[in-house]
Design a protein around this ligand. Structure first.
Ligand SMILES: [Zn+2]
Length: 504
């Protein structure tokens, strides 16, 4: 998820430059598979798939949604790398998405954002050699963004504070590190053990500033740091072997947009179903936000299959499925482009595949007047299906928490002036529990009459632990809920719009 400028951090690890980026419409890809070409990357869910919506329970268009396939999508995306805008894994993800949409028969366009600095860590290893012990790897070490690459063998390690720089012949283990802040010779390599998830188990993904001569830097878990600290405190000689291969460059994030045409005679404009495709923190990004991408793909697949099968009519308004190359920057660039001028509503998915404590779905923001009707439709869908197979028993609406892609739209002048909705569906936000006052007149918690709303969190948020194994593989039903509620809500909302037009 998100991150705001003025509100507490939700999801964005760093704001990649690209202020005022402009969108360029790229040619249709001549290399894309034809719409008839079967999807080679992902198989249809098998008949015995227990998570598939059973026939006869719920609208026919939901039968095409599979959380097993969504979980597989997340694994495939994470296997490509962190997918940050402009990086090689970001471009590989764009190609993957084009193939998936083409397999559904949907035409796609690529939209390139403004060139920005990006980083991808390609391979790394850190091994500790403690006097009197067998060497061991730091399995949870994760490089900080914009770390220079390099390697070292049997480098003596010393323990210091955030301002220590023992020089190029020593490694430094420290907490509170911010990178090199003053003149001097940086350490050979730096290990940071206090920038972790709240349980200390995983290093969170941080970035160095691209200024000065920075030392290669790895985050490690609290336990890994404690083991080294204990050895040093016991007077043992401790050395490390390390290596890091990385790519730092300026490049343009790739956004992929697939179009589901509206019915004949549909008015101008389009409804957007979207998710950010980058991990944004630079970590594996399974829950944040391969989960959102997988949900958009499930909705697109189910919707197009239902139209082909004749169980659904084409939508009364063109629908676009967008996977942003770089969170916020790409969204903003789309909105400012000619293409984005026709967007009439937004449903966004972010951190939608896992929640640490609650089994529930959240919708936000419910304190923007323009979202009231849309959230009302979603609440109706949730009430009608609560507890049924494939739907959450508990759900909640909450006020603006800030920072997701939907806020770029709802905060824009046109969305404010025209009262257009932009809503985010999610199942966790941030890396720790939180709660906020309920918005008067809005549903709040479905399971209580409280005047506050508890927000579920993801204990692997923005960390090296945001893997499929830790998140989406554990709770794939989260993505199924979001896809089903998202599709039914959008269908219902568009039908209401059409009804409103025809009754005028
Ligand atoms: Zn996110």
């Amino acid at each position: 998820m998100p991150i705001p400028c003025t509100l507490p951090l939700l999801c964005l690890g760093f704001f990649p430059l690209a202020q005022g980026a402009t969108f360029e419409r790229a040619d249709r890809l001549s290399t894309s598979p034809t719409p008839q070409e079967p999807d080679r990357l992902t198989q249809e869910p098998s008949a015995e798939d227990p998570t598939k919506a059973p026939e006869g329970k719920g609208p026919a268009e939901l039968a095409g949604i599979s959380e097993a396939r969504a979980a597989k999508t997340v694994r495939e995306l994470v296997a490509l790398g962190p997918r940050m805008g402009g990086t090689r894994s970001g471009k590989a993800a764009a190609k993957y998405l084009e193939q998936r949409f083409a397999g559904m028969g949907l035409a796609t366009t690529r939209h390139l954002g403004r060139e920005q600095w990006c980083h991808q860590e390609l391979s790394w290893e850190v091994t500790v050699r403690t006097e009197g012990e067998a060497p061991y790897r730091l399995e949870r070490a994760w490089p900080w963004g914009f770390s220079p690459g390099g390697s070292g063998v049997k480098v003596p390690i010393s323990v210091g504070d955030g301002r220590s720089e023992p020089g190029s012949d020593h490694a430094l283990l420290t907490g509170s590190y911010m990178g090199v802040r003053r003149k001097g010779t940086p350490s050979n390599v730096v290990l940071v053990d206090d920038a972790t998830t709240i349980d200390g188990e995983w290093p969170v993904c941080r970035s160095l500033r691209r200024r000065g001569t920075q030392a290669p830097t790895f985050g490690i878990s609290s336990a890994e740091g404690a083991r080294i600290r204990a050895a040093v405190a016991a007077g043992k000689a401790v050395q490390i072997d390390w290596s890091l291969e990385t790519e730092i460059r300026q490049a343009r994030p790739v956004t992929v947009v697939a179009t589901l045409p509206g019915a004949a005679g549909a008015p101008d404009g389009h409804f957007l179903v979207c998710a950010h495709g980058d991990s944004d923190s630079g970590g594996p990004g399974a829950n944040d936000n391969a989960s959102g991408v997988a949900i958009v793909l499930e909705i697109a697949a189910a919707w197009t299959a239902a139209i082909r099968a004749g169980t659904l009519a084409p939508p009364p308004l063109e629908v676009r499925f967008a996977i942003w190359g770089s969170e916020i920057a790409s969204t903003r660039a789309y909105l400012e482009s000619k293409l984005g001028a026709g967007v009439l509503g937004v449903m966004n998915f972010d951190q939608a595949g896992y929640g640490s404590t609650g089994q529930r779905l959240h919708l936000e923001p419910d304190d923007i007047k323009a979202n009231e009707a849309f959230i009302g439709v979603a609440a109706g869908v949730l009430r009608n299906h609560s507890g049924k197979q494939g739907f959450p028993e508990r759900w909640a609406t909450n006020k603006s928490l800030g920072g997701t892609d939907s806020y770029v739209f709802s905060g824009s002048r046109r969305f404010r002036d025209e009262g257009l909705p932009a809503v985010t569906l999610y199942t966790s936000a941030w890396g720790q529990p939180d709660e906020h006052p309920a918005t008067p007149g809005m549903p709040g918690e479905s399971w209580s009459d409280r005047d506050r709303v508890a927000i579920d969190y993801d204990r692997f948020y923005h960390s090296a632990g945001d893997t499929p194994e830790n998140t989406t593989d554990r709770e794939p039903e989260n993505m199924g809920w979001c896809a089903r509620v998202g599709l039914l809500t959008t269908l219902s909302y568009l039908a209401d719009l059409e009804g409103g037009r025809s009754s005028k």
